[in-house]
Design a protein around this ligand. Structure first.
Ligand code: ATP
Ligand code: MG
Length: 637
């Protein structure tokens, strides 16, 4: 068995051999002739000359060995639907969907925008696009018309796939009126709209444009649609970033490199094995949903569990804080992927729920998307008694760039650190203003990547190479490196710690502090459920830190004396951990913090409100009331 250090070194020193080996994890219809073309940096072409297909690798390839094994397990606690599709059944549904899209005029290279709740049809549609070589663009379901319209104009889809409605916590969210309004607002008009009717909300059908999946399904149920063999460098999909720091960017991905990257990560990082079950609690609207609900697990020959609903509701729509553990037991989930924000929700539930089910199938819980604070990590790790594996990546990277490669070597995780650089990624820390490389342990800098970026990494920004180069590759003077726009440090053992986004760094009297460092200290206080720290302009010090805290005990919100006491304790704690410079000038208590729909803290918006500025693009925000609460607190001063 190779050590991870050797494995990593090989990916750096002999990249062609290394990736040729990884490429054997998938099927190629035609072998590639060049592993990595990096002639025109920062652009990279992986596996040139090769022909393959994502849908073939995710579905058809498994028909020989495991046709009757579960492929897609669909569970909705919103509608009570629970249904398992074998690989053979999935193959049939995907071909039917592909034939339906073809009937609507979809051909290779056409865009198909998917605006869907978490229903099995959404998975069929993604795989059907991949089958035909059409480019899918999944837009998170439930986005308002304006956000959807701008994405329709950017992607210019021939067909839009949608549904009557989504549902969240038992509340129906009609999609069709939002979609109709978005199409009215957009300049580009799709030729057809393919609709799944879940029977949740009435739909206004536009004659000549709107088609019902139930009608097309009957017509095409026995259709045989072969996979289109695509060039490795052909576009598989585009997806927008979460929009935490600004206008979402249309990330464009290839076919062959992505398939290889996912197959390799399923093996080396997630230690997932064919025949087992993978459960990612994300949404298909995010990159985690693309890589680790749909493509990754299926390429690995695993069953993937697709879940619609809150983490705290049962199939009978009654509250059930143990639903995810119930599913782990029932489907013998071996690897689970979620986000710290979900774990923090579960942390408020009865801890006995973790003991109620047989979770012995589970080998690891992977968490990503935002910093994993130590108290949350410890709580879930003690409850589940499996390794909790933090992993750091971005929509742009497509798969983890910092974590531990559990499938290569059982490298221990460190609380607070997502881990070490993954194979293929040349990770560096640079001084933010001089661009100098930081080589000593515990120096703070910007996390960057040196090219060539590995397979699976974004090819460019859709239709905008210039924006791709200017946004990501030109932020450090004199060096062409990819900036993650995250701020971090590396300890003496090579473990990285993410300190926050570069926009979030606070500069107090010339001292640079990551919001994360202060948040980490505050969240260590037993009375704190959740915290966001932002830097606010200050005429004297340049910036000061301001903390917004959700107290564990909500009575603090109504009791001024208790709030004052807790504020004092929190400030003292930060003084002790980080020094008085880092001490927030105020600690304010709120019942909920503003986040994106994908659970990321909107510090940018909080900061703008604190400084009396316009918070800008908030289309991806989850609960507007959260920001309103902060606005009221701040303006009361
Ligand atoms: P936008 O780029 O539009 O502002 P976004 O950066 O939130 O949105 P994503 O690609 O979904 O969009 O998120 C990636 C970011 O999430 C990372 O750059 C990092 O800031 C944060 N992140 C992801 N995983 C982790 C992790 N394990 N620890 C700390 N931060 C993480
Ligand atoms: Mg980002």
């Amino acid at each position: 068995m190779t050590s991870y250090a050797d494995f990593y070194r090989r990916s750096m020193d002999e990249p062609d051999d290394f990736w040729t080996e990884q490429a054997q994890l998938i099927d190629w219809q035609q072998p590639f002739t060049r592993v990595c073309n990096h002639d025109k940096p920062p652009f990279v072409h992986w596996f040139e000359g090769g022909k393959t297909n994502l849908c073939h690798n995710a579905v058809d390839r498994h028909l020989k060995d495991r046709p009757d094994q579960a492929a897609l397990i669909y569970v909705s606690t919103e509608t009570g639907v629970e249904k398992t599709y074998s690989f053979a059944e999935l193959h049939r549904e995907v071909q039917c969907m592909a034939a339906s899209l073809q009937a609507l005029g979809v051909q290779k290279g056409d865009r198909v925008l998917i605006y869907m709740p978490m229903v099995a049809e959404a998975a069929f549609a993604m795989l059907a696009c991949a089958r035909l070589g059409a480019i899918h663009c999944v837009v998170f379901g439930g986005f308002a018309s304006g956000s959807l319209a701008s994405r329709i104009d950017d992607a210019t889809p021939k067909v839009i796939v949608s549904a009557d409605a989504g549902s969240r916590g038992g509340k129906i969210v009609p999609y069709k009126p939002l979609l109709d309004e978005a199409i009215r607002l957009s300049h580009h008009k799709p030729e057809a709209v393919l609709l799944t009717d879940r029977g949740l909300a009435p739909m206004n059908i536009v004659a000549g444009r709107d088609q019902l999946w139930s009608d097309l399904r009957v017509r095409h149920i026995d259709a045989q649609v072969p996979c289109a063999w695509l060039d490795s460098t052909d576009i598989s999909y585009t997806i927008y970033t979460s929009g935490t720091t600004g206008k979402p960017k249309g990330v464009q991905r290839d076919t062959g490199g992505y398939a290889v990257a996912l197959a390799a990560s399923m093996k080396h990082i997630f230690d997932g094995r064919a025949g087992e079950t993978y459960f990612s609690t994300s949404d298909i609207g995010w990159v985690v949903g693309h890589s680790y609900i749909i493509y990754g697990p299926l390429i690995a020959g695993m069953a993937t569990l697709m879940y619609e609903g809150l983490p705290t509701q049962g199939l009978d729509q009654q509250p059930d804080g143990g639903i995810w553990w119930r599913l782990v037991e029932k489907y013998k989930v071996t690897a689970m992927f979620s986000a710290p924000t979900a774990v923090r929700v579960l942390k408020k539930q009865d801890p006995a729920l973790l003991k109620k089910y047989d979770l012995s199938s589970l080998r690891a819980l992977f968490l990503a998307g935002e910093p994993l604070d130590e108290p949350t990590a410890r709580w879930i790790s003690e409850g589940l008694r499996v390794p909790i594996i933090d992993n750091y990546w971005q929509t742009e990277t497509g798969w983890p760039l910092l974590t531990v490669a559990n499938g290569v070597e059982k490298t221990p995780s460190k609380f607070g650190s997502p881990g070490i650089p993954m194979y293929g990624y040349r990770v560096k820390l640079l001084h933010e203003s001089t661009g100098e490389e930081l080589t000593q342990p515990n120096e703070k800098g910007v996390v960057v990547l040196e090219g060539p970026t590995p397979p699976g990494f974004m090819q460019t920004i859709w239709k905008d190479d210039t924006r791709f180069v200017n946004t990501y590759w030109k932020s450090v003077p004199g060096k062409m490196v990819y900036s993650t726009f995250d701020w971090g440090i590396r300890d003496e053992n090579g473990y990285y710690f993410i300190l926050g986004r570069t926009d979030d760094v606070i500069n107090v009297a010339g001292h640079r502090l990551g919001t994360r460092e202060i948040e980490e200290s505050i969240s260590g206080h037993a009375g704190v459920a959740e915290v966001a720290v932002v830097g606010v302009a200050d005429s004297l010090k340049g910036q000061v830190a301001m903390a917004f805290v959700v107290p564990k005990d909500s009575s603090v919100l109504l009791d001024a004396a208790a709030a004052l006491k807790l504020e004092g304790e929190i400030m003292k704690r930060v003084d002790g951990d980080l020094g008085a410079l880092a001490r927030p000038s105020r600690v304010r208590f709120v019942s909920v913090l503003p986040k994106t729909r994908s659970g990321k803290m909107l510090r940018r918006a909080i900061q703008a409100v604190c400084e009396g500025r316009d918070p800008g693009d908030l289309t991806t925000m989850d609960d507007p009331a959260a920001l309103q609460q902060i606005k009221e607190l701040v303006s009361a001063d």
